[in-house]
Design a protein around this ligand. Sequence first.
Ligand code: COA
Length: 335
Amino acid sequence: MTASTTPAGGWPVAIAGLGVRLPDRVVTNDDLAEVLDTSDEWIRTRTGIRQRHVAAPEEATSDLAAAAARDALADAGLEAAALAAVIVATTSPDHAVSATAPLVASALGVAVPAFDLNAACSGFVYALRVASGMVATGDGAVLVVGAETLTRVVDPEDRSVAVLFGDGAGAVVLVPDPDARLGPFVLGADGGGASMLWTASGGTRRPFDAEVLADRSHYLTMRGGDVYRNAVVRMTESAREVLELAELSVGDVDLLVGHQANVRILDAVAARLGLPAQLSQVSLDRHGNTSAASIPLALWDAREQGKLRDGDTVLLAAFGAGATWGACLLTWKER
Ligand code: COA
């Protein structure tokens, strides 16, 4: 069941700064084809992915998140001391216990409320929803980071998933702004679909032990076809619902920034919405699927490519493990 959770006009909240961190190491499809039974041609035609960034051994999710956060703060012209809270959307935290966000806040030198939010690939949209409410009700500036090192969670020997994911982080600083809009949001979840995409073991359901190590069930497994079909339906439905709530039509959308999993999913969503494909941002060709980081990385990419102008209406849509999904609108503010 999808629920409407915000005022139809959205919250008066703007993105004051946007920053990213992509690990230095780039792994191309040809690199993967040297160690796996796959090919550049298979990966490109099935997914659109050409390369992905992979974290160095000493880099974890919080390192990428803190670097993206510093970049976003510099972009906003704000000191970390201006932050009221830090939210990290991630499904690949540094530790099972405790959260990654306090590590990020600490790296930034602030002792503000800091917590993780795990809605997998929908995590950034979920975190924007939580943060926008905090900003709009008087908390002050809130940092939202989508950060992942998913290459640590996939089985490097399983070609069906190893080729899909990459590492990275994207961050935004949200501030009150009477001329901007963040929302409305439509979020949804269906735990009945959890086994479509998950790590079956290594949590409290089936703790890590020698048997798990042997059967490799602590690694991510996916029913790709189910994920594909659900992603297209849920992203399209929630995007439509958001536009209806906002009393806008697809013609009012200047850019769709969808979760970057597969270019065929993005194309199918754009086609079902009736949106020209060139108005759908594609960054997965260079980043792979970076889960909660994919939308802020794609937003940053769109800005780098000069595709975001002051006052633009941007539609975000995501689907991920859980299963979770969500969409929202935002007004792009040039600063
Ligand atoms: N290289 C080469 N062949 C591969 C391969 C790889 N990396 N991965 C799988 N294959 C093979 C399969 O073994 C299968 O072979 P078979 O026909 O001999 O059994 C064949 O390719 C087709 O596999 P299939 O899974 O049917 O391919 P597909 O067209 O459905 O594409 C995905 C697979 C994963 C690209 C696609 O299902 C997808 O993108 N799903 C969504 C994934 C996603 O977005 N996940 C994250 C969401 S948040």
